[in-house]
Design a protein around this ligand. Structure first.
Ligand code: G16
Length: 542
Protein backbone atom coordinates (compact mmCIF):
# COMPACT_ATOMS: atom_id res chain seq x y z
CA UNK A 1 0.00 0.00 0.00
CA UNK A 2 1.32 3.46 -0.89
CA UNK A 3 2.78 5.43 2.00
CA UNK A 4 0.83 8.38 3.34
CA UNK A 5 2.97 11.50 3.39
CA UNK A 6 2.28 14.45 5.68
CA UNK A 7 3.37 17.62 3.92
CA UNK A 8 3.97 20.78 5.99
CA UNK A 9 2.19 23.86 4.66
CA UNK A 10 1.19 27.40 5.65
CA UNK A 11 -2.17 29.12 5.20
CA UNK A 12 -3.05 31.20 2.11
CA UNK A 13 -5.17 34.24 2.67
CA UNK A 14 -8.46 34.52 0.78
CA UNK A 15 -9.54 30.88 0.61
CA UNK A 16 -13.04 31.99 1.50
CA UNK A 17 -15.77 30.31 -0.56
CA UNK A 18 -18.02 32.84 -2.35
CA UNK A 19 -21.59 32.47 -3.65
CA UNK A 20 -20.69 29.00 -4.92
CA UNK A 21 -17.34 27.66 -3.74
CA UNK A 22 -13.81 28.98 -4.10
CA UNK A 23 -13.12 30.56 -7.48
CA UNK A 24 -9.71 31.93 -8.48
CA UNK A 25 -7.43 32.16 -11.49
CA UNK A 26 -5.82 28.86 -12.56
CA UNK A 27 -2.44 30.40 -11.73
CA UNK A 28 -3.55 30.84 -8.13
CA UNK A 29 -4.81 27.26 -7.87
CA UNK A 30 -1.67 25.90 -9.53
CA UNK A 31 0.65 27.31 -6.83
CA UNK A 32 2.23 24.57 -4.68
CA UNK A 33 -0.06 23.57 -1.78
CA UNK A 34 -2.94 25.93 -2.77
CA UNK A 35 -5.46 23.31 -3.87
CA UNK A 36 -4.12 20.83 -1.31
CA UNK A 37 -4.68 23.25 1.59
CA UNK A 38 -8.29 23.83 0.57
CA UNK A 39 -9.05 20.14 0.02
CA UNK A 40 -7.50 19.23 3.39
CA UNK A 41 -9.58 21.98 5.01
CA UNK A 42 -12.71 20.41 3.46
CA UNK A 43 -11.74 16.94 4.65
CA UNK A 44 -10.98 18.29 8.15
CA UNK A 45 -14.36 20.07 8.33
CA UNK A 46 -16.83 17.38 7.31
CA UNK A 47 -16.33 14.69 9.94
CA UNK A 48 -15.09 11.12 9.95
CA UNK A 49 -14.14 10.03 6.42
CA UNK A 50 -13.24 6.43 7.25
CA UNK A 51 -14.96 3.95 4.94
CA UNK A 52 -16.96 6.66 3.16
CA UNK A 53 -17.52 7.27 -0.58
CA UNK A 54 -16.92 10.61 -2.28
CA UNK A 55 -18.00 11.79 -5.75
CA UNK A 56 -15.51 13.86 -7.75
CA UNK A 57 -15.87 15.50 -11.14
CA UNK A 58 -15.79 18.78 -12.94
CA UNK A 59 -16.76 20.76 -16.00
CA UNK A 60 -13.68 19.69 -17.96
CA UNK A 61 -12.00 23.08 -17.90
CA UNK A 62 -8.23 23.56 -17.94
CA UNK A 63 -6.63 22.13 -14.75
CA UNK A 64 -9.57 19.75 -14.12
CA UNK A 65 -7.60 16.53 -14.62
CA UNK A 66 -4.56 17.74 -12.65
CA UNK A 67 -6.75 18.76 -9.71
CA UNK A 68 -8.66 15.46 -9.76
CA UNK A 69 -5.43 13.44 -9.54
CA UNK A 70 -4.39 15.46 -6.47
CA UNK A 71 -7.81 15.09 -4.84
CA UNK A 72 -7.81 11.31 -5.43
CA UNK A 73 -4.40 10.93 -3.78
CA UNK A 74 -5.50 13.09 -0.84
CA UNK A 75 -8.78 11.17 -0.47
CA UNK A 76 -6.81 7.92 -0.36
CA UNK A 77 -4.56 9.39 2.33
CA UNK A 78 -7.56 10.56 4.38
CA UNK A 79 -9.32 7.23 4.74
CA UNK A 80 -12.07 7.33 2.08
CA UNK A 81 -13.02 3.81 0.97
CA UNK A 82 -14.03 4.86 -2.52
CA UNK A 83 -14.14 7.81 -4.88
CA UNK A 84 -16.54 7.83 -7.83
CA UNK A 85 -15.18 9.89 -10.75
CA UNK A 86 -17.00 10.76 -13.95
CA UNK A 87 -15.18 9.39 -17.02
CA UNK A 88 -12.60 11.88 -18.25
CA UNK A 89 -13.09 13.78 -15.00
CA UNK A 90 -16.39 15.05 -16.42
CA UNK A 91 -19.48 15.56 -14.30
CA UNK A 92 -21.97 18.36 -14.68
CA UNK A 93 -22.96 20.05 -11.43
CA UNK A 94 -26.56 18.71 -11.49
CA UNK A 95 -25.33 15.23 -12.48
CA UNK A 96 -22.93 15.33 -9.52
CA UNK A 97 -25.85 16.16 -7.24
CA UNK A 98 -27.87 13.32 -8.81
CA UNK A 99 -25.08 10.77 -8.27
CA UNK A 100 -24.35 11.93 -4.69
CA UNK A 101 -28.01 11.37 -3.83
CA UNK A 102 -28.57 8.16 -5.80
CA UNK A 103 -25.58 6.33 -4.32
CA UNK A 104 -25.95 7.94 -0.87
CA UNK A 105 -22.31 9.08 -0.80
CA UNK A 106 -20.61 11.33 1.70
CA UNK A 107 -21.02 14.26 -0.64
CA UNK A 108 -18.82 15.28 -3.51
CA UNK A 109 -16.22 17.71 -4.76
CA UNK A 110 -17.15 19.63 -7.88
CA UNK A 111 -14.46 21.40 -9.88
CA UNK A 112 -15.86 24.32 -11.79
CA UNK A 113 -15.82 28.04 -12.13
CA UNK A 114 -19.25 27.76 -13.71
CA UNK A 115 -19.86 30.38 -16.38
CA UNK A 116 -16.41 31.99 -16.03
CA UNK A 117 -13.93 31.45 -18.91
CA UNK A 118 -11.39 28.60 -18.77
CA UNK A 119 -7.76 28.19 -19.83
CA UNK A 120 -4.28 28.68 -18.34
CA UNK A 121 -4.93 32.40 -17.72
CA UNK A 122 -8.58 32.04 -16.78
CA UNK A 123 -10.63 30.69 -13.91
CA UNK A 124 -10.87 27.53 -11.85
CA UNK A 125 -13.02 26.60 -8.88
CA UNK A 126 -13.82 23.99 -6.28
CA UNK A 127 -16.73 23.36 -3.97
CA UNK A 128 -17.91 20.67 -1.60
CA UNK A 129 -21.48 19.37 -1.82
CA UNK A 130 -23.07 17.70 1.18
CA UNK A 131 -24.62 14.18 1.25
CA UNK A 132 -28.06 15.66 0.44
CA UNK A 133 -26.47 16.66 -2.91
CA UNK A 134 -26.49 20.43 -2.51
CA UNK A 135 -23.78 23.03 -2.02
CA UNK A 136 -22.44 23.17 1.52
CA UNK A 137 -24.42 25.65 3.64
CA UNK A 138 -22.70 28.69 5.14
CA UNK A 139 -21.95 26.98 8.48
CA UNK A 140 -19.80 24.44 6.63
CA UNK A 141 -18.16 26.87 4.20
CA UNK A 142 -17.25 29.07 7.14
CA UNK A 143 -15.74 26.11 8.99
CA UNK A 144 -13.74 25.24 5.85
CA UNK A 145 -12.50 28.81 5.58
CA UNK A 146 -11.54 28.93 9.25
CA UNK A 147 -9.59 25.69 8.79
CA UNK A 148 -7.71 27.12 5.76
CA UNK A 149 -6.50 29.92 8.03
CA UNK A 150 -4.84 27.61 10.55
CA UNK A 151 -3.73 24.68 8.42
CA UNK A 152 -0.19 23.43 8.98
CA UNK A 153 -0.05 20.18 6.99
CA UNK A 154 -1.94 17.99 4.55
CA UNK A 155 -1.92 14.28 3.77
CA UNK A 156 -1.36 12.72 0.37
CA UNK A 157 -0.17 9.37 -0.95
CA UNK A 158 2.63 8.94 -3.43
CA UNK A 159 1.25 7.03 -6.39
CA UNK A 160 1.05 7.08 -10.17
CA UNK A 161 -1.83 8.98 -11.77
CA UNK A 162 -5.10 7.06 -12.14
CA UNK A 163 -6.57 6.27 -15.57
CA UNK A 164 -9.70 8.45 -15.68
CA UNK A 165 -10.76 7.50 -19.20
CA UNK A 166 -11.71 3.84 -18.84
CA UNK A 167 -14.90 2.87 -17.06
CA UNK A 168 -14.28 0.47 -14.19
CA UNK A 169 -12.75 0.14 -10.75
CA UNK A 170 -9.09 0.38 -9.85
CA UNK A 171 -7.12 0.61 -6.60
CA UNK A 172 -5.30 3.66 -5.30
CA UNK A 173 -3.52 3.06 -2.01
CA UNK A 174 -6.16 1.30 0.05
CA UNK A 175 -8.98 3.09 -1.76
CA UNK A 176 -11.11 2.17 -4.79
CA UNK A 177 -11.49 4.61 -7.66
CA UNK A 178 -14.61 3.93 -9.70
CA UNK A 179 -14.69 5.64 -13.09
CA UNK A 180 -18.32 5.76 -14.26
CA UNK A 181 -20.40 7.03 -17.16
CA UNK A 182 -21.24 10.63 -16.14
CA UNK A 183 -24.39 10.76 -18.30
CA UNK A 184 -26.32 7.52 -17.62
CA UNK A 185 -27.76 8.13 -14.11
CA UNK A 186 -28.68 11.71 -14.95
CA UNK A 187 -30.39 10.79 -18.24
CA UNK A 188 -32.39 8.11 -16.43
CA UNK A 189 -33.53 10.66 -13.83
CA UNK A 190 -34.66 13.07 -16.57
CA UNK A 191 -36.59 10.28 -18.26
CA UNK A 192 -38.46 9.66 -14.99
CA UNK A 193 -39.60 13.31 -14.75
CA UNK A 194 -40.64 14.31 -18.24
CA UNK A 195 -42.93 13.02 -20.97
CA UNK A 196 -40.26 11.73 -23.33
CA UNK A 197 -42.99 10.16 -25.51
CA UNK A 198 -44.65 13.52 -26.15
CA UNK A 199 -41.32 15.25 -26.81
CA UNK A 200 -40.22 12.45 -29.16
CA UNK A 201 -43.51 12.78 -31.05
CA UNK A 202 -42.99 16.56 -31.36
CA UNK A 203 -39.53 16.10 -32.87
CA UNK A 204 -40.87 13.40 -35.19
CA UNK A 205 -43.56 15.85 -36.34
CA UNK A 206 -40.96 18.46 -37.28
CA UNK A 207 -40.48 20.52 -34.12
CA UNK A 208 -37.05 22.12 -34.36
CA UNK A 209 -34.66 23.33 -31.67
CA UNK A 210 -31.03 24.33 -31.16
CA UNK A 211 -29.16 23.67 -27.96
CA UNK A 212 -25.87 25.53 -27.45
CA UNK A 213 -23.56 23.57 -25.12
CA UNK A 214 -20.97 26.36 -25.49
CA UNK A 215 -18.15 23.75 -25.68
CA UNK A 216 -18.79 23.06 -22.00
CA UNK A 217 -19.91 20.11 -19.94
CA UNK A 218 -23.48 19.67 -21.20
CA UNK A 219 -22.39 18.60 -24.70
CA UNK A 220 -22.38 14.84 -23.94
CA UNK A 221 -25.53 15.09 -21.80
CA UNK A 222 -27.50 17.04 -24.40
CA UNK A 223 -26.36 14.83 -27.28
CA UNK A 224 -27.40 11.67 -25.43
CA UNK A 225 -30.74 13.03 -24.22
CA UNK A 226 -31.89 15.28 -27.06
CA UNK A 227 -30.46 13.52 -30.10
CA UNK A 228 -30.12 9.87 -29.02
CA UNK A 229 -33.08 9.41 -26.68
CA UNK A 230 -35.55 12.02 -27.95
CA UNK A 231 -34.76 11.74 -31.64
CA UNK A 232 -33.90 15.38 -32.32
CA UNK A 233 -31.96 15.61 -35.60
CA UNK A 234 -28.16 15.39 -35.46
CA UNK A 235 -26.78 18.90 -35.24
CA UNK A 236 -29.49 20.02 -32.80
CA UNK A 237 -26.69 20.32 -30.23
CA UNK A 238 -24.26 23.10 -31.16
CA UNK A 239 -20.71 23.37 -29.77
CA UNK A 240 -21.22 19.94 -28.18
CA UNK A 241 -17.62 18.91 -27.57
CA UNK A 242 -16.32 20.02 -24.14
CA UNK A 243 -13.03 21.91 -24.52
CA UNK A 244 -10.61 22.95 -21.79
CA UNK A 245 -10.93 26.60 -22.80
CA UNK A 246 -14.54 26.37 -24.04
CA UNK A 247 -13.24 27.20 -27.53
CA UNK A 248 -12.00 30.60 -26.26
CA UNK A 249 -15.61 31.31 -25.33
CA UNK A 250 -17.29 32.60 -22.22
CA UNK A 251 -19.64 29.75 -21.26
CA UNK A 252 -22.30 32.01 -19.84
CA UNK A 253 -25.73 31.40 -21.37
CA UNK A 254 -27.01 34.93 -21.74
CA UNK A 255 -27.88 37.20 -24.64
CA UNK A 256 -24.35 38.55 -24.87
CA UNK A 257 -22.25 35.40 -24.62
CA UNK A 258 -24.56 32.90 -26.34
CA UNK A 259 -24.66 35.11 -29.44
CA UNK A 260 -24.44 32.18 -31.94
CA UNK A 261 -27.62 30.77 -30.49
CA UNK A 262 -29.38 34.13 -30.41
CA UNK A 263 -28.53 34.58 -34.10
CA UNK A 264 -29.77 31.08 -34.92
CA UNK A 265 -33.11 31.85 -33.26
CA UNK A 266 -33.63 35.11 -35.16
CA UNK A 267 -35.79 35.45 -38.26
CA UNK A 268 -38.67 33.68 -39.95
CA UNK A 269 -36.81 30.44 -40.72
CA UNK A 270 -35.47 30.04 -37.19
CA UNK A 271 -36.18 26.92 -35.12
CA UNK A 272 -39.10 26.84 -32.67
CA UNK A 273 -36.99 26.70 -29.54
CA UNK A 274 -33.45 27.55 -28.43
CA UNK A 275 -31.57 26.91 -25.21
CA UNK A 276 -28.08 27.11 -23.84
CA UNK A 277 -26.28 25.96 -20.73
CA UNK A 278 -23.12 27.09 -18.99
CA UNK A 279 -19.66 25.73 -18.09
CA UNK A 280 -20.87 23.21 -15.51
CA UNK A 281 -24.40 22.65 -16.79
CA UNK A 282 -26.44 24.20 -14.03
CA UNK A 283 -27.55 27.41 -15.78
CA UNK A 284 -29.94 27.75 -18.69
CA UNK A 285 -31.18 30.32 -21.15
CA UNK A 286 -34.51 29.83 -22.91
CA UNK A 287 -35.37 31.37 -26.29
CA UNK A 288 -38.28 31.13 -28.67
CA UNK A 289 -38.13 32.30 -32.27
CA UNK A 290 -37.27 36.00 -31.94
CA UNK A 291 -38.18 35.78 -28.26
CA UNK A 292 -36.15 35.82 -25.03
CA UNK A 293 -37.60 34.41 -21.82
CA UNK A 294 -36.15 35.98 -18.67
CA UNK A 295 -35.12 33.42 -16.05
CA UNK A 296 -37.72 34.84 -13.65
CA UNK A 297 -40.50 34.43 -16.22
CA UNK A 298 -39.20 30.98 -17.11
CA UNK A 299 -39.60 29.83 -13.50
CA UNK A 300 -43.09 31.35 -13.33
CA UNK A 301 -44.24 29.74 -16.60
CA UNK A 302 -42.81 26.33 -15.70
CA UNK A 303 -44.45 26.48 -12.28
CA UNK A 304 -47.82 27.40 -13.83
CA UNK A 305 -47.51 24.45 -16.24
CA UNK A 306 -45.79 21.97 -13.91
CA UNK A 307 -48.60 19.43 -13.85
CA UNK A 308 -48.10 18.82 -17.59
CA UNK A 309 -44.83 17.07 -16.65
CA UNK A 310 -45.36 13.53 -15.29
CA UNK A 311 -42.83 14.00 -12.47
CA UNK A 312 -44.83 16.96 -11.14
CA UNK A 313 -48.35 15.85 -12.09
CA UNK A 314 -49.43 15.99 -8.47
CA UNK A 315 -48.59 19.67 -8.20
CA UNK A 316 -46.00 21.75 -6.39
CA UNK A 317 -45.51 22.15 -2.64
CA UNK A 318 -44.09 25.64 -2.95
CA UNK A 319 -41.93 27.88 -5.13
CA UNK A 320 -38.69 29.46 -3.95
CA UNK A 321 -36.76 32.27 -5.61
CA UNK A 322 -33.76 34.36 -4.69
CA UNK A 323 -34.48 37.88 -3.51
CA UNK A 324 -33.24 39.66 -6.67
CA UNK A 325 -35.35 37.37 -8.89
CA UNK A 326 -38.59 39.01 -10.04
CA UNK A 327 -41.81 38.36 -8.17
CA UNK A 328 -43.42 36.71 -11.23
CA UNK A 329 -43.20 33.22 -9.60
CA UNK A 330 -44.89 34.59 -6.44
CA UNK A 331 -47.97 35.43 -8.51
CA UNK A 332 -48.19 31.83 -9.70
CA UNK A 333 -47.73 30.54 -6.14
CA UNK A 334 -50.54 32.83 -4.94
CA UNK A 335 -52.89 31.50 -7.61
CA UNK A 336 -51.97 27.90 -6.84
CA UNK A 337 -52.41 28.56 -3.12
CA UNK A 338 -48.90 27.36 -2.27
CA UNK A 339 -46.09 29.19 -0.41
CA UNK A 340 -43.62 31.49 -2.17
CA UNK A 341 -40.19 31.72 -0.51
CA UNK A 342 -37.67 34.52 -0.92
CA UNK A 343 -34.06 33.55 -0.14
CA UNK A 344 -30.67 35.22 -0.55
CA UNK A 345 -28.74 34.69 -3.80
CA UNK A 346 -27.10 31.27 -3.91
CA UNK A 347 -28.59 27.86 -4.59
CA UNK A 348 -27.37 26.65 -1.20
CA UNK A 349 -30.21 28.59 0.43
CA UNK A 350 -32.84 26.39 -1.28
CA UNK A 351 -31.49 23.17 0.24
CA UNK A 352 -33.35 23.25 3.54
CA UNK A 353 -36.66 24.22 1.87
CA UNK A 354 -36.36 21.34 -0.60
CA UNK A 355 -35.31 18.83 2.07
CA UNK A 356 -38.23 19.88 4.28
CA UNK A 357 -40.74 19.53 1.45
CA UNK A 358 -41.60 23.23 1.59
CA UNK A 359 -40.72 23.93 -2.06
CA UNK A 360 -40.67 21.85 -5.26
CA UNK A 361 -39.48 24.40 -7.86
CA UNK A 362 -36.74 26.98 -7.30
CA UNK A 363 -35.14 29.60 -9.46
CA UNK A 364 -32.86 32.57 -9.71
CA UNK A 365 -32.59 35.48 -12.08
CA UNK A 366 -29.00 34.37 -12.74
CA UNK A 367 -30.23 31.78 -15.26
CA UNK A 368 -30.85 29.10 -12.66
CA UNK A 369 -33.96 26.90 -12.51
CA UNK A 370 -34.51 23.55 -10.86
CA UNK A 371 -36.57 21.36 -8.59
CA UNK A 372 -36.34 18.90 -5.74
CA UNK A 373 -35.07 16.15 -8.09
CA UNK A 374 -31.50 17.21 -7.15
CA UNK A 375 -30.06 19.93 -4.93
CA UNK A 376 -28.46 22.08 -7.62
CA UNK A 377 -29.95 24.20 -10.34
CA UNK A 378 -30.17 22.20 -13.51
CA UNK A 379 -29.79 23.59 -17.03
CA UNK A 380 -30.96 20.57 -19.02
CA UNK A 381 -33.81 19.96 -16.58
CA UNK A 382 -35.17 23.42 -17.46
CA UNK A 383 -34.75 22.73 -21.18
CA UNK A 384 -36.61 19.41 -20.89
CA UNK A 385 -39.34 21.01 -18.78
CA UNK A 386 -39.85 23.59 -21.53
CA UNK A 387 -39.80 20.89 -24.21
CA UNK A 388 -42.42 18.96 -22.23
CA UNK A 389 -44.67 22.02 -21.93
CA UNK A 390 -44.20 22.95 -25.61
CA UNK A 391 -44.87 19.38 -26.76
CA UNK A 392 -48.12 19.18 -24.79
CA UNK A 393 -49.44 22.70 -25.39
CA UNK A 394 -48.39 22.79 -29.03
CA UNK A 395 -48.01 26.58 -28.93
CA UNK A 396 -44.95 28.75 -29.54
CA UNK A 397 -42.71 29.97 -26.70
CA UNK A 398 -43.84 33.56 -27.37
CA UNK A 399 -47.53 32.59 -27.29
CA UNK A 400 -47.14 30.72 -24.01
CA UNK A 401 -45.26 33.57 -22.30
CA UNK A 402 -47.50 36.37 -23.56
CA UNK A 403 -50.60 34.40 -22.51
CA UNK A 404 -48.97 33.99 -19.08
CA UNK A 405 -48.48 37.77 -18.85
CA UNK A 406 -52.10 38.37 -19.82
CA UNK A 407 -53.23 36.07 -17.03
CA UNK A 408 -50.84 37.18 -14.28
CA UNK A 409 -49.58 40.60 -15.41
CA UNK A 410 -45.94 41.14 -16.37
CA UNK A 411 -43.10 41.72 -13.92
CA UNK A 412 -40.95 43.76 -16.28
CA UNK A 413 -37.40 43.01 -15.30
CA UNK A 414 -33.79 43.63 -16.20
CA UNK A 415 -30.34 43.18 -14.66
CA UNK A 416 -27.48 45.57 -15.36
CA UNK A 417 -23.95 44.35 -14.58
CA UNK A 418 -20.94 46.60 -14.18
CA UNK A 419 -18.07 44.11 -14.40
CA UNK A 420 -14.44 44.50 -13.37
CA UNK A 421 -14.85 47.68 -11.36
CA UNK A 422 -12.44 48.69 -8.64
CA UNK A 423 -13.17 46.67 -5.46
CA UNK A 424 -12.73 49.61 -3.08
CA UNK A 425 -15.05 51.78 -5.19
CA UNK A 426 -17.62 48.99 -5.23
CA UNK A 427 -17.47 48.58 -1.45
CA UNK A 428 -17.76 52.34 -1.05
CA UNK A 429 -20.83 52.41 -3.28
CA UNK A 430 -22.52 49.69 -1.22
CA UNK A 431 -21.66 51.47 2.04
CA UNK A 432 -23.13 54.67 0.64
CA UNK A 433 -26.37 52.84 -0.24
CA UNK A 434 -26.47 51.16 3.17
CA UNK A 435 -26.34 54.58 4.80
CA UNK A 436 -29.37 55.96 2.95
CA UNK A 437 -32.67 56.39 4.69
CA UNK A 438 -35.25 56.80 1.95
CA UNK A 439 -38.64 55.85 3.36
CA UNK A 440 -41.31 58.28 2.13
CA UNK A 441 -38.98 60.02 -0.32
CA UNK A 442 -40.21 60.80 -3.78
CA UNK A 443 -37.85 59.68 -6.57
CA UNK A 444 -39.20 60.63 -10.00
CA UNK A 445 -42.80 59.44 -10.01
CA UNK A 446 -42.12 56.81 -7.34
CA UNK A 447 -42.41 57.00 -3.54
CA UNK A 448 -40.08 54.81 -1.48
CA UNK A 449 -41.95 52.33 0.74
CA UNK A 450 -38.75 51.11 2.42
CA UNK A 451 -35.07 50.45 1.85
CA UNK A 452 -32.92 47.89 3.64
CA UNK A 453 -30.05 45.43 3.39
CA UNK A 454 -31.79 42.07 2.90
CA UNK A 455 -31.42 39.67 5.83
CA UNK A 456 -32.77 36.12 5.82
CA UNK A 457 -33.74 33.75 8.57
CA UNK A 458 -33.97 30.20 7.25
CA UNK A 459 -37.49 28.98 8.11
CA UNK A 460 -36.24 25.42 8.58
CA UNK A 461 -33.01 25.65 10.56
CA UNK A 462 -33.24 29.23 11.84
CA UNK A 463 -29.82 30.25 10.51
CA UNK A 464 -29.48 33.96 9.78
CA UNK A 465 -27.72 35.49 6.74
CA UNK A 466 -27.21 39.24 6.70
CA UNK A 467 -26.06 41.82 4.12
CA UNK A 468 -27.58 39.97 1.17
CA UNK A 469 -28.32 42.97 -1.04
CA UNK A 470 -29.66 46.51 -0.83
CA UNK A 471 -33.35 46.81 -1.69
CA UNK A 472 -35.14 50.04 -2.49
CA UNK A 473 -38.81 49.15 -2.73
CA UNK A 474 -41.41 51.64 -3.95
CA UNK A 475 -45.03 51.94 -2.90
CA UNK A 476 -46.33 50.34 -6.12
CA UNK A 477 -44.10 47.28 -5.56
CA UNK A 478 -41.49 48.37 -8.12
CA UNK A 479 -37.95 48.05 -6.84
CA UNK A 480 -34.25 48.39 -7.52
CA UNK A 481 -31.77 46.05 -5.88
CA UNK A 482 -27.98 46.35 -5.63
CA UNK A 483 -25.53 43.51 -4.93
CA UNK A 484 -21.88 42.75 -5.46
CA UNK A 485 -21.33 39.45 -7.25
CA UNK A 486 -19.86 36.66 -5.16
CA UNK A 487 -18.58 34.62 -8.11
CA UNK A 488 -16.05 36.85 -9.86
CA UNK A 489 -12.28 36.49 -9.68
CA UNK A 490 -11.11 39.96 -10.72
CA UNK A 491 -12.11 43.31 -9.20
CA UNK A 492 -15.78 43.59 -8.36
CA UNK A 493 -19.01 43.24 -10.31
CA UNK A 494 -21.93 45.44 -9.33
CA UNK A 495 -25.32 43.98 -10.18
CA UNK A 496 -28.33 46.27 -10.39
CA UNK A 497 -31.72 44.56 -10.62
CA UNK A 498 -34.70 46.61 -11.80
CA UNK A 499 -38.34 45.52 -11.65
CA UNK A 500 -41.77 47.02 -12.24
CA UNK A 501 -45.16 45.33 -12.39
CA UNK A 502 -47.19 46.02 -15.52
CA UNK A 503 -50.80 44.83 -15.36
CA UNK A 504 -51.77 46.50 -18.68
CA UNK A 505 -51.54 43.90 -21.47
CA UNK A 506 -51.30 46.61 -24.14
CA UNK A 507 -47.88 47.51 -22.71
CA UNK A 508 -46.51 43.98 -22.31
CA UNK A 509 -44.71 44.05 -25.66
CA UNK A 510 -42.51 47.02 -24.67
CA UNK A 511 -38.74 46.55 -24.51
CA UNK A 512 -37.89 46.32 -20.78
CA UNK A 513 -35.10 48.89 -21.22
CA UNK A 514 -37.76 51.36 -22.37
CA UNK A 515 -40.40 50.31 -19.86
CA UNK A 516 -37.89 50.54 -17.01
CA UNK A 517 -36.04 53.67 -18.19
CA UNK A 518 -37.08 55.89 -15.28
CA UNK A 519 -36.19 53.27 -12.67
CA UNK A 520 -32.83 52.67 -14.35
CA UNK A 521 -32.03 56.38 -14.02
CA UNK A 522 -33.17 56.39 -10.41
CA UNK A 523 -30.91 53.41 -9.63
CA UNK A 524 -27.86 55.00 -11.29
CA UNK A 525 -28.39 58.27 -9.47
CA UNK A 526 -29.05 56.69 -6.08
CA UNK A 527 -25.89 54.59 -6.22
CA UNK A 528 -23.82 57.39 -7.80
CA UNK A 529 -22.56 54.78 -10.23
CA UNK A 530 -20.76 57.10 -12.64
CA UNK A 531 -19.11 59.22 -9.95
CA UNK A 532 -17.97 56.21 -7.93
CA UNK A 533 -16.99 53.73 -10.66
CA UNK A 534 -16.33 55.92 -13.68
CA UNK A 535 -18.78 53.81 -15.67
CA UNK A 536 -21.53 55.39 -17.71
CA UNK A 537 -23.02 52.14 -18.99
CA UNK A 538 -23.28 48.54 -17.76
CA UNK A 539 -21.08 45.90 -19.43
CA UNK A 540 -23.86 43.30 -19.63
CA UNK A 541 -27.62 43.80 -19.71
CA UNK A 542 -29.91 40.81 -19.35
C1 G16 B 1 -23.78 30.85 -8.54
C2 G16 B 1 -24.77 30.37 -7.53
C3 G16 B 1 -26.12 30.94 -7.81
C4 G16 B 1 -26.04 32.45 -7.90
C5 G16 B 1 -25.02 32.83 -8.95
C6 G16 B 1 -24.80 34.33 -9.10
O1 G16 B 1 -24.10 30.35 -9.79
O2 G16 B 1 -24.85 28.96 -7.55
O3 G16 B 1 -26.99 30.52 -6.84
O4 G16 B 1 -27.27 32.99 -8.22
O5 G16 B 1 -23.79 32.25 -8.60
O6 G16 B 1 -24.06 34.80 -8.07
P1 G16 B 1 -23.42 36.23 -8.05
O7 G16 B 1 -24.53 37.18 -8.41
O8 G16 B 1 -22.94 36.34 -6.66
O9 G16 B 1 -22.32 36.27 -9.10
P2 G16 B 1 -23.02 29.57 -10.65
O10 G16 B 1 -23.76 29.19 -11.89
O11 G16 B 1 -21.93 30.57 -10.88
O12 G16 B 1 -22.60 28.42 -9.80
Amino acid sequence: MAAVKTIPTTPFSGQKPGTSGLRKKVKVFAQPHYLENFVQAVFDSIGDLGGKTLVVGGDGRYHNRTAIQTILKMAAASGFAKVMVGRGGILSTPAASCVIRKYKTFGGIILSASHNPGGPDEDFGIKYNIPAGGPAPEAITEAIYARTQEISSYKIIEAADVDLDTIGERGLGGMTVQVFDPVADYAELMESLFDFGAIRAAFAAGFRMKFDAMHAVTGPYATEILENRLGAPKGTVMNGVPLEDFGHGHPDPNLVHAHDLVEALTGAGAPDFGAASDGDGDRNMILGRDFYVTPSDSLAVLAANATLCPGYARGLKGIARSMPTSAAPDRVAAKLGIPAWETPTGWKFFGTLLDAGKATFCGEESFGTGSDHVREKDGLWAVLAWLNVLAVRKQSVADIVTAHWREYGRNVYSRHDYEGIDSAAAEGLMEHLRGLSLKGERLGTYTVAFNDDFAYTDPVDGSVSKKQGIRVVFEDGSRVVFRLSGTGTEGATLRVYIERFEPDATKHHLDPQVALADLITIARDLAQIEARTGRTEPTVIT
